[in-house]
Structures are given as structure tokens and as C-alpha cells.
Design a protein. Sequence first.
Length: 147
Amino acid sequence: MKQTQPLSPAPDNFPHPLRTLVVDDSVKFLEVLCAYIKTKPLFQVVGTAVGGEEALHMAAFLGPDLVLMDMHMPVMGGLQATEILRRGVPNIRIIIMTLEDSATAEAEARAHGADGFVGKPRITKDLLTEVRRVFHMDHTKDERSRS
């Protein structure tokens, strides 16, 4: 259970950086993904968790805007944790991540209450687009603010 602080302000098309909880049972993947999203002003990583149960506790404690949740984890997987979060915190946005980058996996994630889906093989390519879609952001303003 780790908490961090924001590195930079959010783009001008969103009122604040998205308070983000990152959940994956691979500590190495957590480190790599957190390092990547910390370079994006849209995100503020507020915590990490290595399983579904820990994610539930962290979400209750930290009140994130966004949870990036691994689909398959031991004990309590991301789909079960997503269902529980969806019932308890309906305004939270949840994007499921998995190595299994298929339409079937995406449909399963959405059936369990996920707002979005990104295959891990394309996470650096598609994560920002999926987050903007989930939060109904105008990505053109963000692109202009970076130039």
C-alpha cells in the first residue's frame, strides 16, 4: 500500500489531475505503469494495490476518481473487485487491464461493471484515449496544452 503526490497540474480541460489507484498483482508491472502515468499531467497516482481485496480498502480510504484494475489476480480478481466497487462507489471510474487483449475479455469486463478496457500490450498507446472516453474529455484541448 503506497501513496504518492501529484507531479504537475491537470490539463486545462479537466479541473484537477485524476486521482488514480493502480491495481495489479505484478509489482514490476505496477512500477512500470506508475512510472509511465506519472509523466502524464492528467494523472495523480494516489496509491497502488496488489490484489482485489487491497484495492477495495484503498479505494475506500483514498477516494480515487479512477481505478486501473488488472483483470486476473489471485484471491480476488479484478472483475469481482469491480463489481463490489461499482455497488459501493458508483461514481468511481474503473478501467480493466489484461494481457488477454480480446473482444471477449472486453465484453466480460464491461459485464462486470467496468467503464473501460485496455489490453496491457497496448496500454501506452491506448490508455489516454480510453481515459478521455471514460471521462468524456475533449482531448483536443489536452493536445493543445502540451504544444
